[in-house]
Unconditional design. Structure first.
Length: 268
């Protein structure tokens, strides 16, 4: 029997306020120890799915189980503990600008553990080294390049040695070389720490480089494909076929999302 999936999304319906459902009756299993790329056009609900997986957005119906625990019905006070083994790299990078890089990485350790300061310091040093920022701990996020900031955010997401790492468009706004370095880094971290990685990405090169599996969402959060990368490439659903034939997702190839354009404008 296959190992229990690390994330089970069961018949999930979710949306914002009184607005229409963004995700409707969505069911996906994310297997352990693999890298899954979540792909789909802008606005189809990829980030919304992540918000449900980390309990930031409560489902209207259905379940989200992370490592066997149902977040959708869990008391909010129990969420931080349940999610302490989940690292999240937000689409916007979200670092505290008033704190140094080292303090940013230390934050989750201070919040979730009672470790003495010397151990936290050592752990932060190791994480920054792992992402190639061993020299940048005393800098502030505003002093880093876009690629460095992503790596710093990755070090922070890794602070608590997560068994699951969720990355929302980690390479958006990076040049192809830096994006490829980030892919290598994510793969390296997966192998070193035996993590499961779920990553939202539009980049075919990145999917080829790191993904074992693909989840392909269409407009309205419809599930077009979930399974191994090789199967996605031969999938007969037109949207999936078009994407892997480099014709883009619901937009001309090379079109960047508004957010990507804005992020680039801010040098992220
Ligand atoms: N905080 C919010 N309040 C209201 N609606 C929202 C909110 N966040 C997202 N939405 C809506 O939910 C839908 C899905 O958004 P989501 O951010 O999940 O898309 P996405 O697939 O991540 O897109 P992108 O590739 O551009 O990041 C969109 O119609 C969006 O307008
Ligand atoms: Mg998004």
């Amino acid at each position: 029997m296959a190992a229990e999936p690390i994330i089970r999304v069961v018949d999930l319906t979710a949306g914002y306020g009184d607005g229409p459902a963004v995700l409707s009756n969505l069911s996906i299993d994310f297997p352990r120890g693999r890298v899954t790329a979540v792909v789909g056009g802008s606005g189809c609900g990829k980030s919304t799915l992540f918000k449900c997986i980390v309990g930031l957005l409560r489902p209207r119906s259905g379940q989200v189980l992370v490592a066997g625990r149902d977040l959708s019905t869990m008391d909010e006070r129990d969420l931080p503990e349940a999610l302490s083994r989940v690292g999240l790299l937000f689409q916007q990078g979200a670092m505290l600008n008033s704190a140094t890089v080292a303090d940013n990485v230390a934050l989750p350790l201070k919040e979730h553990t009672t470790l003495p300061a010397s151990i936290i310091e050592e752990s932060v040093r190791l994480k920054l080294q792992a992402v190639g920022l061993g020299h940048a701990g005393t800098k502030f996020p505003s002093e880093l390049s876009g690629g460095m900031r992503k790596r710093a955010a990755l070090a922070r997401a890794m602070a608590l040695d997560p068994e699951l790492l969720l990355c929302d468009e980690p390479s958006a706004g990076l040049d192809p070389r830096t994006a490829a370095d980030l892919d290598d880094l994510i793969l390296g971290l997966k192998e070193t720490f035996r993590m499961t990685v779920v990553v939202v990405t539009h980049e075919l090169a990145s999917i080829d480089a790191i993904a074992d599996d693909v989840v392909f969402l269409g407009p309205g959060g419809v599930l077009h494909y979930a399974g191994p990368l090789a199967g996605a490439k031969t999938c007969t659903v037109p949207e999936v076929g078009d994407f892997f034939a480099r014709r883009g997702v619901g937009a001309p190839a090379g079109t960047r999302s508004l957010l990507q354009v804005l992020e680039e404008g801010q040098g992220r």
